[in-house]
Design a protein around this ligand. Structure first.
Ligand code: IMP
Ligand code: MG
Length: 215
């Protein structure tokens, strides 16, 4: 998708569906870490809301840390390697660490994050993603907990996921669509999309005006 105007398309998961899935995920996580203290590492900014909603459902002792990576910059095509801008503030050595990310796409981001955390020698290391794209991954990353699966060709936004830092605040998950734009002869996009019907009505009017002038 280019950098043109965008709009929200089909809603894939509603707020209620997300909340119901989070209840299930929290139960799965609790079962695995029963009687242990868990250190949740949120990969920001995408997993901000997901992590906040998930940890508040856990009834086990939880520590929370963050790290921030950016890989998409302002487009919908990966810009290359993920860039780490904030690193763990606490010591995770000997702890049970659960890395929480928004979406697993090519696998590059999460693989990089896991490599860094592994160097800190945690007692155990697992991953939880809100979404997983159904595609062949560049790097195979183990995912122990997953919210939902989405199609590889869809670029999704909402519930923490962004397009050029926008739409993160939507309480649901939706597909991002390119808004229809009019392309002028010089190839530059003009503001304001016109429907085919309006366009054809205008050109009919123009045609009849010019033909009446000829008369
Ligand atoms: P990966 O490194 O290719 O697995 O990409 C992971 C990162 O790309 C995520 O943490 C997101 O920030 C971003 N990303 C991938 N697919 C989407 C999408 O459909 N919508 C929004 N962000 C996405
Ligand atoms: Mg992002």
């Amino acid at each position: 998708m280019g950098k043109g105007r965008t709009r929200i398309g089909k809603v894939l998961f509603t707020k209620d569906q997300i909340e119901a899935r989070l209840d299930e995920l929290a139960r799965e996580i609790q079962k695995r870490y029963a009687d242990r203290e868990l250190t949740v590492v949120a990969v920001l900014k995408g997993s901000l809301f997901f992590t906040a909603d998930l940890v508040r459902r856990l009834e086990i002792p939880v520590r929370v840390d963050i790290l921030e990576v950016a890989s998409y910059f302002d487009g919908t095509v990966p810009a290359g390697d993920a860039v780490l801008s904030t690193y763990l503030a606490s010591d995770v050595r000997g702890r049970h660490v659960l890395v929480v990310d928004d979406i697993l796409d090519t696998g590059a981001t999460l693989a990089g994050v896991l490599e860094l955390v592994r160097r800190e020698e945690p007692e155990s290391l697992a991953t939880c993603v809100f979404l997983r794209k159904k595609r062949k991954r560049k790097i195979d990353v183990p995912v122990e907990f997953c919210g939902f699966e989405v199609k590889a060709r869809e670029f999704v936004v909402g519930y923490g996921l962004d397009y050029a830092q926008r739409y993160r605040n939507l309480p649901y998950l939706a597909v991002l669509e390119q808004a229809r734009t009019r392309v002028a002869r010089d190839g530059k996009k003009k503001k304001g999309a016109r429907t085919k019907r309006t366009k054809s009505r205008r050109s009919t009017r123009k045609r009849s005006r010019s033909s009446s002038r000829k008369k």
